[in-house]
Structures are given as structure tokens and as C-alpha cells.
Design a protein around this ligand. Structure first.
Ligand SMILES: C[S@@+](CC[C@H](N)C(=O)[O-])C[C@H]1O[C@@H](n2cnc3c(N)ncnc32)[C@H](O)[C@@H]1O
Length: 277
């Protein structure tokens, strides 16, 4: 997968050359290309911004250099999406990160200063916001999006760093994690994790993941879809947090049904069978 970044501050992207993303580039799993759209400015002083029409504060990015930079991108046979980082875009989340892995190339336009000329929006397939706050530029936002998409590409995370149980990957927060030592400053690791009993550990993790989501993120809890094996765990949680019972209708259909015992009919002879029929 290729990530192409259009910015006037290419040096800001140094963090993409560290750690897991560095390894992924070395392994040829992802490619990151950074274009300075100042190089596409035609004026003598390579101006990329100007004062806003109608007056007002700050400087606005001009359309010409960005249009030229986007049009200079090589034609690709693969699926390409052009993304504008903007506080006016749709708020980014794990679902969006997963959806973006379906593209062969993502092109990021990073705004700066007071913003960009409105006509730049015509180049764009999607606008992404990191949240309801304002950054000085789109560079940090582009890095966040690239990092979260790249780690979902098969092979980018090593086996030991799988993303399957991460918070948000299945609509819940991740369970608490512990490592050595088994006791630190009077805080012990839950005994079950030291037991080596894999089925019980799995059940404990699921329970803690559900508990955390209920206690910390009522918005995620409201959208939660539970799995077949969750019934028992949820009923245990109701004992510990009675308010969870208010949501029982969300998992009642998962109640295990008592197994129906079929009466065994045995026929001693063909004659018996005929008589029964
Ligand atoms: C200072 S901001 C401009 C904000 C603009 N005046 C507005 O109110 O919509 C400069 C640039 O930072 C980036 N930016 C700021 N906040 C962001 C956010 N929450 N998510 C993504 N990008 C953001 C955008 O690229 C934006 O063009």
C-alpha cells in the first residue's frame, strides 16, 4: 500500500521512519512518498499562501500549487483515494481505518495556517477530522491516519503484535494487560493470568473487556453486539454491577437453551416397527 503526502513541512514526517512503520517500509509492505507542494508553486518566491478574500485573519493555502501537485501524481491502475485532513471532516475511527485498507494508494492533503482555498475540496474524495479540536496543520493528523491504517495491513504487525483484540477492533475496549513481575509495589497480577488455564483466561479477558466498555464508554456499550458465549459472562457482570441488567434485552436471546433429550426408540424386529408405524 502506498501513502502519498502533500505538505509544505516534509520534515514533520520523521516519526514515520521509526519502529514498526520503518520495518514495514523496509519489508516493502508499505511505501511512503512525501511531496512538498511548495515545489509546485510557480511564483518567484514559491508562495503557497495568500490573504483571504473578504478580509480576516491569517493566510489561506492557494489552489494552484496543490492542483499542480495532485495532477503530477502518476496514473495508477490501483484504487486511489484522496483525503483532506480537516476539522470539518468526518471524525476518524477504527472502522474508517479498516475501510481505508481497501485502497492501493491514499493521498493526503495537509492544510496549514488558516486553512485552504475552498476550490481545493474539488480534488478530494473524503475529508477526515481527528476530532472536534483544531490543530496547527494536517501533518499530525495525516500521520495518525497512516499509522492506524498501516498497522492493519497483513504482515506489518508481527505475530506477537496482532491487532485482533485491540480496543475498538470489535466494538469493545481491550481487557487489562499485565507482564512480569507477578507483584509490583503491593499490586498483584490477577491469579487467573498466572494459571496457564487458557479457556479460563479467555473468559476472564472477555469479561474484563465488557466491564471496561460498560464502565468507560456508554456510547460503545449502547451499540454493542454480543457473541453467543457472552451470556454467562454478562450475567456474572450483572451480579457485580446491577445497573448492567437494564441492558439485558441486548443479550437475552443468547441464553443457552436446555438440550432436548430425544426419546430413543428401539425396534426389536421389523414386526415391532410396523406396529408402531
Ligand atoms: C488551523 S487549521 C484551520 C482550521 C480552519 N480555519 C477551520 O476552522 O476549519 C489548519 C489545518 O490543520 C488541519 N487540521 C486542524 N484541525 C484538524 C483536525 N481536527 N483534524 C484533521 N486536520 C485538522 C487541517 O488540514 C487544517 O486545514
Amino acid at each position: 500500500m502506498k501513502f502519498t503526502i502533500l505538505t509544505i513541512f516534509p520534515e514533520m514526517f520523521a516519526p514515520l521512519q521509526e519502529s514498526i512503520l520503518k520495518r514495514a517500509q523496509e519489508a516493502g509492505l508499505i511505501k511512503i512518498e512525501i511531496l512538498n507542494f511548495r515545489d509546485y508553486a510557480e511564483s518567484k518566491h514559491k508562495n503557497v499562501d495568500d490573504v483571504p478574500y473578504g478580509g480576516g485573519r491569517g493566510m489561506v493555502l492557494k489552489p494552484e500549487p496543490i492542483f499542480r501537485a495532485v495532477r503530477s501524481l502518476e496514473k495508477t491502475a490501483g484504487r486511489r483515494k484522496t483525503i483532506l485532513l480537516s476539522p470539518q471532516g468526518r471524525v476518524f475511527d477504527q472502522k474508517a481505518a479498516t475501510r481505508l485498507t481497501n485502497y492501493d494508494e491514499l493521498v493526503f492533503l495537509c492544510g496549514h495556517y488558516e486553512g485552504f482555498d475552498e476550490r481545493i475540496r474539488t480534488l478530494v474524495d473524503e475529508e477526515i477530522s481527528l476530532g472536534d479540536f483544531v490543530l496547527t496543520g494536517g501533518e499530525l493528523a495525516a500521520m495518525v491516519v497512516i499509522d492506524s491504517v498501516a498497522r492493519l495491513i497483513p504482515g506489518v504487525l508481527g505475530k506477537e503484535e496482532s491487532s485482533v483484540h485491540d480496543s475498538h477492533s470489535q466494538g469493545f475496549l481491550e481487557y487489562p494487560q499485565y507482564t512480569r513481575p507477578p507483584e509490583f509495589e503491593g499490586m498483584p497480577v490477577p491469579e487467573i493470568l498466572l494459571s496457564g488455564h487458557h479457556a479460563k483466561i479467555k473468559e476472564w479477558r472477555r469479561k474484563e473487556s465488557l466491564r471496561r466498555t460498560f464502565l468507560r464508554r456508554p456510547d460503545l456499550w449502547a451499540k454493542a453486539v454480543f457473541e453467543l458465549g457472552d451470556y454467562q459472562v454478562l450475567e456474572e457482570l450483572v451480579q457485580e454491577h446491577p445497573e448492567i441488567a437494564l441492558f439485558r434485552e441486548k443479550w437475552e436471546h443468547l441464553k443457552p437453551q436446555p438440550k432436548r433429550i430425544r426419546k430413543k426408540t428401539s425396534f426389536n424386529s421389523l414386526e415391532d416397527r410396523k406396529n408402531t408405524c
